[in-house]
Design a protein around this ligand. Structure first.
Ligand code: SF4
Ligand code: SF4
Length: 288
């Protein structure tokens, strides 16, 4: 079963939830892998000691233009959907902006003058960590300056083997990185906070999940702050409130030190256990 943990905005507790769900499954002996798809800020590994078992660079074929062969016909510029080709014919200037290039190859197809060749460009790395014999963490990490984490996310997802339980720590937001992470998920847990920002971003996440037809439910983190508008919204939209995590100084204190809350907050752990069992019963392919 694949469960994605997502949020419309950063800072709502997505990592907190991901690492504790992972720890819960690991402690109960499940074969589990957590894929940290938040490639711009992967931090799940902060909470675990693990052995790096492999690391692979993610490469993208990126064009280079030979200005001696180029006739400045402009076809490649026209074909590029990502505005990655800087083209200034009066000054005989043309070059590829590596940071914007998506490696689609369209410019190469467009050029009839053999002026375009390709070279591999590093976008980042995917790392595999063994945490316990039954538990792995896969971490996608983008290189500074690279514009889109999507190739890193795809490469990370390819590292899923035959673990019966897969957790996906999604990047925040509702754009391409989020979509690529949750596309294959059986269930999405949205985590939010009871504030106007939390509600606004939750609404966007919900609309996106409705469009892609995913089953989902909501966890409210930092319950006790903000207002009740989010509860009204969930009720009116008939969206399942899976659980609440209280706004608690002790949680913030241990979390900020990169510590798991298991030993400090047994209630949180048992709530997460129930949550996983319920989701598995309802949406898993086989019940425990
Ligand atoms: S490979 Fe695709 S994205 Fe990159 S410059 Fe060529 S057309 Fe644009
Ligand atoms: S298509 Fe080829 S020849 Fe035309 S502008 Fe691009 S690189 Fe130059």
């Amino acid at each position: 079963m694949k469960v994605a943990i997502a949020s419309g905005k950063g800072g709502t507790g997505k990592t907190l939830l991901s690492v504790h769900l992972f720890d819960n499954l690991m402690q109960s002996g499940e074969q589990v892998v957590l894929v940290d798809c938040d490639a711009e800020e992967p931090n799940d590994m902060i909470f675990f000691d693990g052995k790096l078992i492999d690391e692979a660079e993610v490469l993208q074929q990126t064009p280079i233009i030979d200005t001696d062969k180029c006739t400045f016909c402009g076809k490649c510029h026209e074909y590029c959907n990502y505005n990655a080709i800087f083209y200034l014919p009066p000054a005989s200037m043309i070059h590829v902006i590596d940071e914007l290039c998506h490696g689609c190859g369209a410019c190469n197809v467009a050029c009839k003058f053999g002026a375009i060749t390709e070279r591999p460009l590093s976008l980042g790395v995917v790392r595999n960590y063994q945490i316990r014999p039954n538990a792995r963490i896969v971490e996608s990490r983008i290189k500074v300056g690279v514009m889109t984490p999507v190739p890193l996310i795809k490469a990370g997802l390819k590292q899923i083997r035959n673990e019966p339980f897969v957790l996906l720590d999604s990047p925040p937001g509702t754009s391409c990185p989020f979509i690529h992470t949750i596309l294959d998920a059986d269930y999405v847990i949205l985590i939010t906070e009871p504030t106007p920002f939390g509600l606004s971003d939750l609404k966007q996440s919900v609309e996106t999940l409705k469009t892609v037809g995913k089953a989902y439910g909501v966890i409210i983190n930092k319950a006790g702050i903000g207002d009740s508008n989010i509860y009204d919204y969930l009720k009116n939209e008939n969206i399942e409130l899976l659980m609440e995590i209280p706004f608690d100084k002790e949680i913030a204190y241990h979390y900020s030190k990169g510590e798991l809350l298991t030993e400090y907050n047994p209630k949180l752990q048992s709530d997460l256990n129930n949550l996983l069992n319920n989701i598995h019963k309802k949406y898993g392919t086989s019940n425990n």
